[in-house]
Design a protein around this ligand. Structure first.
Ligand code: SAM
Ligand code: SF4
Length: 449
């Protein structure tokens, strides 16, 4: 069977799609370009905007391939699948499988069964209260680029119910994996040649604080993974500020392979808005965490998520967000206009900020962020660092070949080096020559290893 997966949304969805790819390949299925596939999988996201529309229009495009082969069918997974559920079967008869994020573990078998004519329609939409382990394939897939980087899920779902967020409704309640299982997966990955691991969860700081917990905190887990021999870089995402433990902050000063970067979503700088968002921290508490992090690791690069135009956000509230962005000096940020999501508490909050006002605030925020990003990158010119090469850079100038790598903080560093095989997954000592808008240019100053 030939399959094609399209992924929308966050890192967790990307990771889920990678896992599904491996699971299908281990059954002898092959990845194919759109138009060539017999099975189409859409892994969806419903955090913002009009996600259902996006999925419907993708399915409309896929419908065109049915004319070629009536055995072609589709599966819809992820957050939109969880929300719309069996509704997809009625609207699109060629959709034969819907699965939520808790149902993904059963998706490869369900797809196989449908392809063999065993089942007509399958819905994997039940929430589970204990993390369901997924099958592992012995071989890392050959069709994913071998960047020697891996993501490892440590939990699924979220218990926080921030008032704007749909995630707890679509991905279910928090369920942690067993720490031994996580450590073993990381160890096996490193033994297979992986050099960088990112631990993933909606709120990694509350790891273990649910039914699946066995008294091992996130800090304990971090120390256990960090000591795996041969692991060069360790990262984690995402961190809720209310749950970050002093031990995790301290880890940035103690663990050599823990990268000096942290994504710490602020969402808003105004205490009133934070309260309405149910974030359970204040501006002051957030700043004290930042202070602790900078003390533990002075070169730490902080990034964040911000929402503008939350219901009730005044110009003064927004100014507080701008002030915080400046005070913390984020290297970069993801900023979004608030969007009403069905069923979340903020839908009923008033007054709504007009779309024009929200757009204008977003533009001001992004202009400020671009200026700060520029200064942060300029401050690095002349310094030496190590770029972990991920592939060829999109920017090529014709004469030289540019490779794209990342420094320990995760900044993109483009380096001119001859086009020879084998640089992907290598560490290259570099000196920073120039700062671009969102990336750095470097020159090689040592032998890749
Ligand atoms: N668990 C992570 C956390 O707590 O930071 C992030 C999860 S969410 C998938 C990613 C980001 O989307 C959030 O940090 C928030 O900034 C944004 N987001 C979530 N719901 C939103 C909404 N209704 N409107 C606009 N942005 C939203
Ligand atoms: Fe959504 Fe808040 Fe959970 Fe993040 S912590 S996934 S923003 S509910």
């Amino acid at each position: 069977m030939k399959f094609h997966i399209t992924t929308f949304g966050c890192q967790m969805n990307v990771h889920d799609s990678d896992w599904l790819t491996r699971a299908l390949e281990s059954r002898g299925w092959e990845q194919a370009d759109e138009g060539e596939a017999q099975v189409y999988v859409l892994n969806t996201c419903s955090v913002r905007d009009k996600p259902e529309q996006k999925v419907y229009s993708e399915l409309g495009r896929i419908a065109a391939h049915l004319k070629r082969d009536e055995n072609v069918f589709a599966a819809v997974g992820g957050c939109v699948a969880q929300q719309v559920g069996r509704g997809f079967f009625e609207r699109f008869p060629f959709v034969k499988l819907v699965f939520g994020s808790d149902g993904i573990a059963g998706a490869p078998n369900a797809l196989e069964c449908i392809a063999e004519g065993g089942d007509d329609r399958v819905a994997l939409l039940d929430f589970v209260s204990i993390y369901e382990e997924r099958e592992t394939s012995e071989e890392r897939t050959v069709s994913l680029p071998d960047t020697r980087q891996a993501f490892v899920n440590i939990m699924q779902g979220c218990d926080n119910f921030c008032s704007y967020c749909i995630v707890p409704y679509t991905r279910g309640r928090q369920k942690s994996r067993l720490p031994d299982v996580v450590v073993e997966e990381c160890r096996a990955l490193v033994e297979s040649g992986i050099r960088e691991i990112t631990l993933l969860g909606q709120n990694v700081n509350s790891f273990g604080q649910d039914k699946g917990g066995v008294g091992v905190s996130f800090a304990d887990l971090l120390y256990r993974v960090a000591e795996i021999d041969g692991l060069h870089r360790l990262r984690f995402t995402t961190s809720h500020p209310k749950d970050i433990a002093p031990e995790v902050i301290r880890a940035f000063g103690e663990l050599e392979n823990l990268c000096p970067s942290l994504h710490l979503p602020l969402q808003s700088g105004s205490d009133a808005v934070l309260k309405a968002m149910r974030r359970k921290y204040t501006q002051e508490r957030y700043l004290s965490i930042v202070e602790g992090l900078k003390e533990a690791r002075p070169d730490i690069a902080l990034t964040t998520d911000l929402i503008v135009g939350f219901p009730g956000e005044t110009e003064a509230d927004f100014q507080e967000t701008l002030n915080m962005v400046e005070r913390v000096g984020y290297e970069s940020s993801f900023s979004f206009k608030y969007s009403d999501r069905p069923g979340v508490a903020a839908v009923n909050m008033e007054p709504k900020v007009s779309p024009e006002e929200a757009s204008e605030r977003l533009m001001r925020l992004q202009t400020l962020q671009n200026n700060i990003t520029k200064k942060c990158l300029e401050n690095l010119v002349g310094l030496e660092t190590v770029a972990f090469i991920e592939g060829l850079s999109r920017k090529q100038n014709g004469e030289e070949t540019f490779w794209k790598g990342r420094d320990p903080a995760g900044r993109i560093v483009n380096v001119a080096m001859p086009e020879s095989d084998g640089l992907i997954g290598m560490m290259v000592p570099v000196r920073i020559l120039e700062a671009k808008k969102h990336s750095l240019m470097g020159e090689r100053i040592g032998i890749p290893w």
